[in-house]
Ligand binder design. Structure first.
Ligand SMILES: Nc1nc2c(ncn2[C@@H]2O[C@H](COP(=O)(O)OP(=O)(O)OP(=O)(O)O)[C@@H](O)[C@H]2O)c(=O)[nH]1
Length: 414
């Protein structure tokens, strides 16, 4: 899936969950005292589930987010059930108003490095320091309010409780998290953004009855869904290229009833790329090949088969119907140049880059001082009377790939 569309899809999950929470909120008050008491425990239960899953998958940011969510919910339930005219309640309110965005920003910026190592501890300590700083800052805020600063007063306008200063901070952190949702493929940014927006909404419209139960239940579900999606991605997606991996291919093939064609794609002389330019450049080349293969329109789904080998699956197609697409893929890879290190050599306009690429002769690995391009060999096979099982089709495509290599590489054999 295109990465922009997949980011929009990821974003749709918190939007749907928070909308449902806000729609269901008025009903929470109607459900009677006893069930309501039980329902108050729901956000705790969800946070415990999310924390346990995070530990199981060794995801420190998710675990810390679950702990922070529980702490915020507990504070709301135990310290903020009184008027904000109370000095103690106002300080807790402002601690949450400034502390939560600061903590979410830190979690957004942290790299995921697992839980059971020094980083897990350092991250935890950083969050504690931020919470303590927010508590101290809330005392300062009380002084600013006494001095009449319009930026820090609560109820800056009718119906909206959060001060403008806290609103701006929330807005900035939400903007950073939103940008990272589009840049990174991780699910955690979406959970962080959703939690930030939920607490922002809660504090902003603080006197809406039962908003905390509804919104915190929604963030609990959001965190669990994001964790499950992250673990699904770990199992099915190749981390380097973002393509689906071999396990996903095998499942897709088993589910295909009718005809299909399959292309095995292998980067030519890839060992030479690694040996000459290093493993990091080799990784960049694999990412580039993956993006060129998956960009091609023609009904194929691209998988990373392993190492420098990819597989493109064309459901409901035969070899003839996908030959042009596969040829296009080969040309797209061969026509693309990676610029190495010296960025001053990059063409200024994309038109110049395209011109430079189209004037380049075809062949295998080409290296100029600053540019590198690679080619791929492709073997094509289709399901038929003779090739019934997926294993047989893959073996036949592999055989054709071998022929393409033997015939000089940078070609398609079917
Ligand atoms: N950078 C990088 N290299 C990888 C990865 N996976 C496999 N490789 C390397 O890919 C190379 C594959 O080389 P070979 O199988 O000898 O084939 P080749 O050099 O591509 O030559 P031909 O296939 O005959 O054209 C090996 O050097 C592997 O170490 C990876 O994820 N990243």
């Amino acid at each position: 899936m295109n990465s922009f569309i997949s980011a929009l899809y990821r974003l749709s999950i918190p939007v749907i969950l928070l909308t449902i929470a806000l729609i269901l909120r008025p009903r929470v008050s109607q459900i009677g005292a006893e069930p309501l008491t039980l329902l108050q425990y729901l956000p705790y239960v969800l946070a415990v589930i999310s924390g346990l899953l995070a530990m199981q998958f060794n995801r420190s940011r998710f675990l810390l987010l679950a702990v922070v969510t529980v702490a915020v919910y507990w504070l709301v339930q135990t310290r903020l059930q009184v008027s904000l005219d109370d000095v103690g309640a106002a300080q807790v309110f402002n601690t949450l108003a400034f502390g939560l965005p600061a903590i979410i920003l830190a979690l957004v910026l942290f790299d995921e490095r697992g839980i059971f190592n020094p980083y897990g501890l350092i991250y935890g300590v950083v969050l504690c320091v931020l919470a303590w700083a927010a508590w101290q800052y809330a005392e300062l805020v009380a002084q600013y309010v006494q001095q009449g600063s319009p930026w820090f007063v609560l109820w800056p306008r009718d119906g909206y409780v959060l001060s403008w200063a806290a609103t701006v901070l929330n807005l900035l952190v939400a903007a950073v998290a939103l940008v990272l949702v589009f840049i990174r493929r991780d699910q955690c940014e979406v959970a962080l953004l959703g939690t930030l927006v939920a607490v922002w909404a809660l504090l902003g419209w603080f006197y809406l009855p039962q908003a905390s139960i509804a919104l915190f239940a929604a963030t609990g579900v959001l965190q669990i869904v994001a964790l499950l999606r992250a673990s699904h991605a770990m199992a099915y997606q190749d981390e380097l290229t973002g393509l689906l991996g071999r396990r996903a291919l095998n499942e897709r093939l088993r589910g295909l009833g009718g005809r299909y064609a399959l292309a095995m794609v292998d980067v030519d002389h890839f060992k030479k790329v690694n040996d000459t330019h290093g493993h990091d450049v080799g990784d960049d080349v694999l990412k580039l090949v993956a993006s060129q293969l998956s960009r091609s329109r023609g009904g194929g789904t691209c998988f990373r088969y392993g190492g420098e080998e990819f597989c493109v699956l064309f459901p409901r197609r035969n070899i003839e119907e996908c030959l042009d697409t596969v040829e296009h893929m080969r040309e797209a890879v061969a026509g693309y140049e990676i610029t190495l290190r010296d960025k001053s050599q990059r063409p200024r306009r994309s038109v110049d880059g395209a011109k430079r690429r189209s004037s380049k002769p075809r062949g295998a690995v080409k290296v100029s001082p600053n540019n590198l391009s690679v080619t791929v060999s492709i073997g094509l096979a289709e399901k038929s009377e003779e090739l019934r099982s997926p294993e047989e089709v893959i073996a036949a495509a592999d055989q054709k790939l071998y022929s393409a290599k033997k015939k000089g590489r940078n070609r398609v054999c079917a």
